[in-house]
Design a protein around this ligand. Structure first.
Ligand code: SAH
Ligand code: MG
Length: 206
């Protein structure tokens, strides 16, 4: 017999799968499965009260992360494309997570300096050329026990190769700068993982 909990779980899984498939069809760069697995593990351990995400897209990663929030936990997520914000809101509503996920619509470069919250986890997943700036803002708002994650840090392998002439070189230069800063910062313990498009995991050392 199917319990109400089973039924709800099944609905959630079906909705999430639809959101994922639609995003993939539309080439929206959602978090890759192996990256998500790593993030899930980290979140499971931390049970965050507050998560900040930079780059909502259609809400896929925020919805996945929301499952690991502590009771009354919340996610703040930032997206500058209006259409994506609208779609994210619909998706979040469909899975019943509206009370857990708050979207700021606008450019993170402008929104971040206006925020003054403290976060357990900060997930950077937006304009690659802005990663050093996002890091500076993340360091200002991360809790002393927190973790800063940066997706797409290896950018299709460009970051670790010496090929330096393609049109994405500003992005590559800034991703390299991010890696340099997180690895040299004595207050961080950083691992660069070759999952998905590359994930930087930086734990704050108290
Ligand atoms: N985190 C999402 C994927 C995000 S894709 C997931 O895994 O499901 C990156 C998103 O960041 C895009 O939707 C893009 O519009 C947004 N973005 C890029 N630069 C931004 C900026 N400076 N401010 C706000 N959003 C930005
Ligand atoms: Mg990404």
């Amino acid at each position: 017999m199917m319990t109400i909990e089973n039924k709800m779980q099944e609905n959630y899984s079906q909705e999430l799968e639809k959101i994922k498939q639609k995003a993939l069809e539309e080439y929206i760069p959602i978090i890759m499965d192996d990256t998500l697995e790593v993030v899930d593990k980290i979140l499971k351990e931390i049970k965050p009260e507050r998560i900040l995400e930079i780059g909502t897209a259609v809400g896929y990663s925020a919805i996945c992360f929301a499952n690991y929030l502590s009771e009354n936990g919340k996610i703040d997520t930032i997206e500058r494309e209006k259409e994506r914000v609208e779609e994210a809101k619909i998706n979040i509503e469909k899975v019943g997570m509206t009370s857990k996920i708050n979207i700021y619509e606008g450019d993170a470069v402008e929104i971040l300096p206006t925020l003054n919250n403290k976060y357990d986890v900060i997930f950077i997943d937006a304009a690659k050329g802005k990663y050093p700036f996002f890091l500076k803002e993340a360091l200002r708002m991360i809790k002393p026990t927190g973790v800063i994650l940066a997706d797409n840090i290896l950018y299709k392998g460009y970051v670790m190769s010496d090929y330096n002439k393609h049109k994405q070189r500003t992005a590559v230069r800034n991703l390299r700068e991010y890696i340099k800063e997180v690895t040299e910062n004595p207050n961080l313990e950083t691992e660069i993982l070759e999952v998905g498009d590359g994930l930087a995991v930086s734990k704050i050392l108290m």
